[in-house]
Design a protein around this ligand. Structure first.
Ligand code: NAP
Ligand code: MG
Length: 505
């Protein structure tokens, strides 16, 4: 990917005023004609409208997906043909890269470079699963005598996929790519705040030759449309990314029809800096770990533990660089931190910071809303560092989902591990040390699905992403995800010459 410079990223005005849903390959408005306004959170201006789906629309989408799965061709295509079509989707996305980036920035207020990286990863996710599905196969098992047992990987059926607003296109890719590769049909429900790139993605599915009904999208409130999908008898699986609270609710509701469930939920990921760390890398990685995507990441490393011998030296650099982070026009190549997704999210973040103050913590920098020239009506929050915290404080235990980090010193390796694991969550974690033995020891003891060692990044296509404890279950982005969209059918046959008569009748 050639990196665009400030001068060369041209806002082309690709956004349409009105978007439709895609149900059974047809672009449709909602059954009652209602729409939802979509905002640019950096300016708080309405940028488009999308249909506000009703339960009737969700029902139509489920029926389209059901028909495509039960009587359609997609799941029966030779795997190479599915792979070819998914690669074609990726090729179209590459061609429309600029448009997808522009839409993503407009709809989320995230910085241009952040959006570029995420759109590129979404493309690579499709390429990854186009390849991975070709090698995804059943096996022959050892059984006695004249028996043969083999397994087939069969698609689970119709999947409801419900995604959040923090990475709109990337989350859609994490869900859609493995599901259609496996031969499933989908009803995708994007977050109400950020449906635009997911809608365009479903249009791209049609353009690439994914048959009608295989990928449907409904844009509407989670509480009505999402809930309807989760309860629906003819939906076989629900894949959800979002808050732990809604995740628990979904698991409960899905139990009435024993749907397959995968949940990718919240986190409060620890970031441990040992005294033998390369300080420059640790400071830069810790900044990225919390302030990337304006802290609105499930794997945001929001609890920073620094060994006491280097605490002051580390903090001097960490605080100084936090103050220097550039907030500003999200379309500008040099902007490092974008806006917050909504007023209500900003208020949630600020309430956490205020609670920390009331409990006696120190706000070292940030801790307030900021006004950005030219974006005065948008939702902007200063990158915030909090110290002098105790481990029972809300800001230490609860997910804030904003640019706020709590920092604590620690003495020993044992203490660092104990503090890191003192949480209901278990998604990400990071360790900074030049001692390989220590890195391995600590990585083995951390209760989290992901450990980053001297590394600011949590995942690439191919690496498992998912949580321990109340961060959910099921791994996405990897080969194993295909197992979550397939059932293993065991076929046991007898080929002996002598007829079997097990009851001796
Ligand atoms: P959320 O409320 O869990 O929403 C995520 C998705 O679920 C959205 O598409 C939402 O639709 C839908 N939904 C809401 N209620 C539902 C229900 N009863 N049944 C089925 N689907 C439902 O998350 P959020 O409001 O976007 O953000 C709130 C908090 O969630 C954040 O502050 C953060 O703590 C956490 N979060 C975590 C992640 C992550 O990646 N782990 C991502 C985003 C947010 P609507 O948009 O229409 O409500
Ligand atoms: Mg919500």
């Amino acid at each position: 990917m050639s990196v665009q410079t400030k001068e060369t990223f041209e806002v082309k005005g690709v956004i349409r005023k009105e978007y439709e849903m895609v149900i059974n390959g047809v672009r449709v408005v909602s059954s009652n004609g209602e729409t939802m306004a979509i905002y640019n959170p950096a300016t708080n201006e309405v940028i488009a409208t999308v249909p506000k789906a009703t339960k009737e629309d969700a029902e139509k989408a489920v029926q389209a997906a059901r028909e495509a799965f039960d009587h359609g061709k997609w799941r029966h295509f030779p795997v190479n043909k599915r792979s070819r079509i998914i690669n074609k989707m990726a090729a179209i996305m590459r061609k429309r890269f600029h448009e997808l980036v522009e839409l993503e920035v407009l709809n989320t207020g995230k910085s241009l470079t952040t959006a570029q990286g995420q759109v590129m990863q979404a493309i690579e996710d499709f390429e990854f699963y186009a390849g991975a599905i070709v090698g995804h196969r059943g096996q022959v098992n050892n059984v006695p005598g004249a028996f043969l047992n083999y397994t087939r990987k069969e698609p689970v059926g119709v999947c409801a996929q419900i995604i959040p607003w923090n990475y709109p296109l990337m989350m859609a890719a994490w869900k859609v790519a493995p599901a259609i590769a496996a031969g499933c049909s989908i009803v995708l429900k994007p977050a109400s705040l950020t449906p635009l790139t997911a809608i365009v993605l479903t249009e791209i599915c049609q353009e690439a030759g994914v048959p009608n009904g295989v990928v449907n999208i409904v844009t509407g409130a989670g509480a009505t449309v999402g809930d309807y999908l989760v309860e629906h008898e003819q939906v076989n699986k629900v894949a959800f990314t979002g808050s732990t609270e809604i995740g628990k609710n979904i698991m409960q509701k899905a139990s009435s029809t024993l749907k397959r469930v995968t949940l990718e939920l919240g986190g409060k990921s620890p970031n441990i800096v040992f005294q033998d760390a390369d300080i420059e890398s640790a400071v830069n990685g810790s900044l990225f770990g919390i302030f990337y995507n304006t802290g609105q990441s499930c794997e945001a490393r929001s609890r920073l533990y620094v060994q006491e011998d280097i605490y002051d030296a580390f903090m001097e650099k960490f605080v100084e660089r936090t103050k220097q982070l550039r907030l500003g026009n999200p379309m500008d190549q040099t902007t490092q931190v974008g806006s917050i997704i909504s007023r209500s999210q900003l208020e949630t973040i600020d309430a956490y910071v205020q609670s920390a103050k009331e409990e006696g913590a120190t706000i070292v920098t940030g801790g307030c809303e900021v006004k950005i020239e030219g974006f005065e009506k948008g939702h902007w929050y200063a990158p915030t560092i909090i110290t002098n915290v105790t481990h029972d404080m809300k800001v230490v235990q609860e997910e804030i989902f904003g640019p706020v980090v709590v920092v604590m010193p620690f003495k020993t390796e044992k203490e660092a591990i104990q503090l890191a694991n003192d949480t209901q969550y278990g998604l990400g974690s990071a360790i900074w040390t030049t001692d390989q033995a220590r890195a391995t020891r600590v990585a083995n003891q951390i209760e989290a699905g992901i450990v980053m060692v001297n590394c600011p990044f949590s995942a690439f296509p191919g690496t498992p992403f998912g949580g321990y404890k109340q961060s959910g279950f099921g791994r996405e982005l990897c080969v194993e995800t295909l197992d979550l969209y397939t059932e293993d059918k065991s076929i046991l046959s007898y080929y002996g010459a002598r007829p079997l008569n097990p009851l001796g009748v």
